[in-house]
Design a protein around this ligand. Structure first.
Ligand code: ATP
Ligand code: MG
Length: 442
């Protein structure tokens, strides 16, 4: 139950920084206003209403007293005339009239209540209040000994509108404050959002231009730190690539020399093994060079991933291989197309090499694009699934280079996919062999 309430509360609370900070500013404001309105106006409004009602009842009482003191129709006309001109009271007198015997509805609202109380207290005669029949006036009927007195009071004599105006002002200024706070907070939040977008893009291996730190000091500091970090990572990546390229390249020349020398050895003992070793080393060097080439500053461009997969599959089909392709959605997203084609090629290549039949599927998941490559080969036992990603690790230790590569395929694949912010996962395929799953965050 409590957990339910908590979840509900979390769901209705704003998720974004802007919404939350506005809530933090506005909630206390509203609470303060409500409390002060309640405490102050509950009594203020009451007092004002009571004073106004008492004043009115005093006037009505004076009229009644005068009528009694100066009887006769002529006097009555004069008194009624004075009441109209000096007291703003519209008075009618019905000779011999009787107060209708209806039950007066319970007074509602501050004004009616106050009027009712004042009349009951000061007049001590039967009366009826009708505050609803007329728009601008309140009718008060009082039973006198010789007739019925009807008094029409302008509503504004009983009602102070300043209170309403004050409340309106309070609401108005709060809205103004909210508007100003929104504008200022939005600027603050924008810089945080910019940083978040940049960090997200960089995490997914996309190019991020240098962006100017702005906003509050802390945000600026974070943006500066991000820029520094990004530069450092870029530099390190470049350094690694250059070093790997250099080493691989430099090794080629002595390797070629060794190959020549081995060839000239004639029928010496162990010559075949030496030749194999040299050939293997050559392949490794080529592998490294290929790896490094894949890294070479290719830029992320919006690419149709499904089309890319279809293209790679097509390439294998033209070689006469048998593949099933199932495209669920078209997926355009920023990726490095050549590098990603290589990843897909490596995984399909493995599946074809170690399995027989291959199924490829591309589709969109809630938060990621997914490419799944299934085969019906022997698969990889659970405990080796991390190791196969290591450079030059191969399951079957055959040195027959014709049946396999050097063991860099998965290493390269994972490296590239992680560079896109995603990952390559190995699982059991429902089709018997291995399932390789590429996930790329959207
Ligand atoms: N689909 C698969 N089914 C069974 N085993 C696999 C599969 N894919 C990879 N492996 C195992 O994982 C090892 C590493 O694969 P990886 O692609 O990195 O290297 P490779 O295929 O041997 O060489 P290359 O560098 O030419 O790709 C392979 O040697 C193989 O033993
Ligand atoms: Mg491979």
């Amino acid at each position: 139950m409590a957990a339910d309430a908590e979840r509900w509360f979390k769901r209705i609370l704003p998720q974004g920084l802007l919404g939350r900070s506005l809530l933090i500013i506005v909630t206390p404001l509203i609470v303060v206003q409500l409390v002060s309105t309640y405490i102050f106006y509950a009594s203020h409004w009451d007092t004002v209403a009571r004073r106004l009602a008492t004043g009115l009842v005093g006037d009505v009482g004076a009229v009644i007293e005068s009528l009694r003191a100066f009887p006769g129709p002529e006097n009555r006309q004069r008194i009624i005339g004075i009441a109209a001109s000096r007291m703003d009271l519209d008075i009618r007198f019905e000779m011999g009239g009787i107060l209708p015997n209806t039950v007066m509805p319970k007074p509602s609202g501050i004004m009616e209540t106050a009027l009712h109380a004042a009349l009951a207290e000061r007049l001590q005669r039967p009366f009826l209040i009708d505050a609803r029949s007329h728009e601008r006036e309140v009718a008060v009927r009082v039973q006198l000994s010789d007739g019925l007195l009807e008094v029409f009071v302008p509503r504004k004599r009983l009602f102070s509108s300043t209170t309403y105006i004050f409340v309106l002002w309070m609401v108005g200024t709060s809205l103004l404050l909210l508007g100003i706070a929104t504008i200022f907070m939005r600027n603050q939040v924008r810089s945080v959002r910019k940083l978040a977008v940049a960090a997200d893009a960089f995490g997914k291996g996309r190019d991020v231009a240098n962006f100017k730190p702005e906003g509050a000091a802390e945000v600026r500091q974070a943006a500066q730190a991000f820029n520094l970090m990004r530069d450092r990572i870029k530099r390190q990546m470049q350094q690694r690539t250059e070093m790997l390229a250099g080493v691989s390249h430099d090794l080629r020349t002595p390797l070629t020399r060794m190959k020549l020398q081995v060839a000239m050895l004639g029928d010496a003992d162990g010559r075949a093994e030496l030749e194999e070793d040299v050939a293997e080393m050559e392949q490794m060097v080529e592998g490294y060079l290929a790896f490094v080439r894949g890294e070479g500053g290719e830029a992320s461009v919006p690419t149709d991933l499904s089309a890319l997969v279809a293209e790679v599959v097509g390439r294998f089909r033209r070689e006469g291989r048998d593949l099933d392709l199932h495209v669920e959605d078209t997926l355009v997203m920023p990726i490095k197309p050549q590098a990603m084609a290589r990843v897909i090629g490596n995984l399909i290549g493995n599946a074809l090499r170690y399995g027989g039949h291959v199924w490829v599927r591309v589709g969109k998941r809630p938060d990621a694009a997914e490419i799944v490559v299934d085969d019906d080969g022997p698969g990889i036992p659970e405990e080796s699934r991390e190791q196969v990603f290591k450079p030059f690790f191969r399951m079957e230790r055959s040195r027959n280079l014709a049946t396999g590569g050097v063991g860099l395929g998965l290493t390269i694949a994972r490296d590239i996919v992680r560079g896109h912010g995603g990952d390559v996962l190995l699982e059991d395929s429902p089709l018997g062999g291995l399932r390789a799953r590429i996930r790329l965050p959207l």
